[in-house]
Design a protein around this ligand. Structure first.
Ligand SMILES: Nc1nc2c(ncn2[C@@H]2O[C@H](COP(=O)(O)OP(=O)(O)O)[C@@H](O)[C@H]2O)c(=O)[nH]1
Ligand SMILES: [Mg+2]
Length: 246
């Protein structure tokens, strides 16, 4: 709890058996009221390990994708009475030690959403982000800031937190079931004028923490451009896009 708010951490998991325990061990238990893991039909022991750690675990009968996994996470978090929800990847890429900082911002009343940026404070390259991903991140962020009329240091981190008001207001069921979900959700939050704060965050790139190859990254990058252009055209009244319509 913080400021009388129920704090939930959601762990959208896919093949996280090697890293789940390490991630879990660094979650500040005194702060967090509920931990939910959704296992997207992993091929390894992810669900078994989660249950052993006493994490509330939901298992997809078949693999539905990263976005679909998050939809399950957020739905469960709200059903279980969360006031603030932080998504943390169980691949030990982002530091759970920063949960307190993120929760603090989300319970301060100043922010509806918080993202942990690897770009603020040089965390990305230092943590081993491949150069092509860094350059794409910077380029896409530059374009998105213009098209979404915002000022974020990046739109591509997987470490994000939301108040329950945001989660209830956004039509997440209209977002993709794939990786572009993250970007669409952020664009929806901007569309609804929610205030988004940022903290700086180190990142770690190692085999188990990063599986997305050049092909999938390219598909994601094109999806980002499409989402941002659709957002601008929708705002200009030139199209009616299902992601953003009321
Ligand atoms: N649900 C689901 N999640 C996936 C799948 N593939 C990767 N992920 C998750 O998506 C997140 C981002 O993938 P990751 O390989 O860590 O990418 P990177 O860290 O951006 O290089 C991680 O939490 C993965 O566990 C999948 O097929 N289904
Ligand atoms: Mg990762």
């Amino acid at each position: 709890m913080m400021n009388n708010k129920k704090i939930t951490v959601v762990l959208p998991a896919y093949n996280a058996a090697q890293t789940l325990q390490r991630t879990f061990d660094e979650i500040p238990q005194d702060l967090i009221d509920d931990i939910i893991l959704t296992d997207d039909a992993s091929k390894d022991e992810t669900a078994k390990i989660a249950q052993k750690l006493n994490i509330y675990t939901i298992i997809h009968a078949k693999n539905k994708g990263y976005g679909a996994n998050q939809k399950t996470c957020y739905k469960a978090a709200l059903e279980r009475g969360a006031d603030v929800v932080i998504m943390l990847h169980p691949d030990y890429q982002y530091s759970p030690k920063l949960l307190r900082a993120m929760v603090s911002m989300l319970t301060s009343g100043h922010y509806d959403a918080v993202i942990a940026s690897r770009i603020l404070g040089k965390g990305a390259l230092k943590g081993g982000m491949p150069l092509y991903k860094y350059i794409a991140n910077r380029g896409l962020t530059f374009i998105q800031n213009i098209l979404l009329n915002s000022k974020l240091s990046e739109y591509h981190t997987g470490y994000r937190g939301w108040t329950k008001e945001v989660l209830k207001a956004l039509p997440l069921d209209r977002c993709s079931d794939d990786f572009i979900f993250d970007n669409q959700m952020l664009a929806q939050a901007i569309n609804q004028n929610f205030s988004i704060g940022e903290i700086s965050c180190p990142t770690k790139y190692f085999k188990e923490a990063s599986s997305i190859n050049l092909k999938r990254s390219t598909i994601y990058g094109l999806g980002v451009l499409k989402t941002s252009i659709e957002y601008r055209l929708h705002k200009l009244g030139l199209i009616s896009n299902t992601l953003f319509k009321k």
